[in-house]
Ligand binder design. Structure first.
Ligand code: ZN
Length: 541
């Protein structure tokens, strides 16, 4: 059995942790020859950290506010409005609704080079509603979506760091441009490949991505984990009275079930690194009507681009065979999302790792540790509490060692521009991922402290990139002469694949009216815990 230690296995993450577990990383390879911090840079980094600390109530409010919205992919309406409003108030120009996605935007401040693009995801997980600070399953709204992945915390981290840097850049007259963008519908890998295809990053020098984790870490090179293509197969048959005249019908549901059986037989012959899973999104209406329509939605994951294409081709073949067997029509397939395998930039990862060492881990209180151990005990995980040491830097994972895992469409961005993902410790180790348990910490002091620590690292890394041109040069040298020397990015999206912006609409319409009653009101309550009347921590006796 392989145990993944990370709190969060999104469509994302797992990778860096696996690499770190194998103890590779910085290990084995001498670091690049990047310049050390001058006295001026050291002083500015200290100032940035102090300023991030001063903004901690503001960061906390953002984390709590977005947590309370709990919006699924492509329906991040309140979250989008809230973030755009904050960015405009802080002097950013916002290009709204980019690439045809209403909840997407690109916010820009400053001018000239270098151009830094700060991103993080904003969507949440179906049926993961959970009261924060409570170490057992206790939803705010039963059945509703919730931040059981922690995507409520990354943009607050980025915005905090950006506001601090903006002030320093203005005073010190440091040239450069800061951009902030959201990972819309990350759980559907729905937006980032669309951004890349539309050229959203074409003027960007470095992309700094953040993703919640259970410790502070960064990695470079090929990451453990997978990329994926998300494909919907729809079949069309003919309805009939299922008892009176069944021979008049042709069942589209039969094709869906035959496809699933076919794929399950195929699975034993596939490489161990693949991951594939499906849900039936249309299984017919009622038993006495032969289903004239049916649809099944697959994620095909593999560790390489070619591997993903190969799986996808098998899926297409099995779908055609299933349609033949059921004597129904296979309609044109729809790609709902795509993610390339991730590859992170060495130079940017090295400066980020040095800043992680400077910042260290947050000071956890007894209450924080009690909450962590409470939920770990509740779900049968090891009662390890919270991360006590920074995870630091991990290095490339070879194809042979990569046994698969989660994906993140930051992969596409990582092949367009030098990119890293900073993990920060706003979550609790040992949790299952994509589950209510992963929401327990996400509007508590654990999340708030993790964001403040992460914002310090992010701000310091921005200073490195803005003030040491050698870092940007080294980043592009790695990108051009190592990362893409023998590999060429080809989109998984086909020309006809547009953002699936109608997804999750029905679910949000069903739950939003009840969820609205619990939106965080920072004008009345200092924290969301206070608004909900939750004693921190609430742990089973
Ligand atoms: Zn995620």
């Amino acid at each position: 059995m392989r145990v993944i230690r990370l709190a969060v296995v999104c469509v994302c993450v797992a990778g860096a942790t696996l690499a770190a577990q194998r103890g590779r990383g910085a290990g084995g390879q001498a670091p690049l020859n990047l310049p050390p911090d001058s006295a001026r840079i050291t002083a500015l980094k200290q100032e940035a950290a102090d300023e991030v600390d001063k903004l901690k109530d503001f960061s906390q409010q953002m984390v709590d506010q977005i947590f309370s919205y709990g919006e699924l992919g492509f329906q991040e309406v309140e979250t989008h409005r809230y973030l755009v409003d904050i960015l405009k108030k802080n002097g950013f120009t916002v290009e709204d609704g980019i690439v045809g996605i209403p909840t997407a935007f690109m916010a820009t401040w400053g001018s000239g080079k270098p151009v830094l693009a700060l991103g993080s995801d904003i969507d949440c997980i179906p049926q993961a509603s959970q009261k924060p600070g409570v170490a057992y399953h206790d939803p705010i709204v039963a059945g509703a979506p919730g931040h059981g992945e922690g995507h409520n915390s990354g943009e607050p981290l980025n915005i905090t760091a950006a506001i601090v840097l903006k002030k320093i850049m203005e005073r010190e007259k440091i040239p450069g441009t800061i951009k902030i963008w959201p990972g819309v519908a990350e759980e559907l890998v729905g937006a980032k490949a669309q951004y890349v295809r539309a050229g959203v990053f074409k003027d960007v020098d470095v992309a700094l991505f953040t993703h919640v984790g259970d410790r502070m870490q960064v990695s470079w090179g090929d990451r453990a984990g997978t990329g994926l293509v998300s494909v919907e197969y729809s079949f069309k048959g003919e309805s009939a009275h299922a008892a009176a005249n069944p021979w008049r019908g042709r069942s589209a549901l039969d094709a869906v079930e035959l496809m699933d059986v076919g794929w399950s037989f195929q699975r034993e012959l596939l490489p161990i690194s693949q991951r594939s899973h499906r849900v039936i999104v249309d299984g017919g209406d009622q038993p006495n009507v032969v289903p004239s329509t049916a649809a099944v939605w697959y994620y095909f994951r593999q560790t390489t681009f070619q591997g993903i294409k190969d799986l996808w081709a098998i899926g297409d073949r099995i779908a055609k065979g299933a349609a033949e067997m059921a004597n129904v029509e296979l309609l044109p397939t729809r790609v709902l999302g795509a993610a390339w395998p991730q590859h992170f930039n060495r130079a940017i990862a090295e400066v980020t790792a040095a800043n992680i060492q400077k910042v260290g881990v947050p000071q956890w209180s007894d209450a924080d540790i009690a909450l962590a151990k409470g939920i770990q005990k509740e779900i049968g995980a090891r009662e390890t509490g919270l991360s006590a040491t920074p995870g630091g830097l991990s290095g490339p994972v070879s194809e042979a060692e990569n046994t698969g895992g989660g994906s993140d469409d930051i992969g596409d961005v990582s092949w367009a521009v030098p990119t890293v993902t900073l993990n920060y410790p706003s979550n609790i180790p040992g949790l299952p991922g994509h589950n209510w348990a992963n929401a327990v910490s996400m509007a508590t002091p654990i999340a708030h402290k993790g964001v403040t620590a992460g914002a310090k690292v992010q701000a310091m890394t921005m200073i490195d990139i803005l003030m040491k041109p050698e870092v940007v040069t080294a980043a592009w040298d790695y990108f051009k002469n190592v990362q893409t020397a023998n590999r060429h990015y080809e989109p998984l999206l086909r020309p006809q694949d547009q953002p699936a912006i109608e997804m999750n609409k029905g679910i949000m319409e069903k739950y939003r009216p009840e969820m609205q009653k619990y939106y965080y009101d920072p004008t009345r309550y200092k924290t969301y815990l206070e608004q909900l009347g939750i004693a921190y921590p609430t742990v089973r006796k």
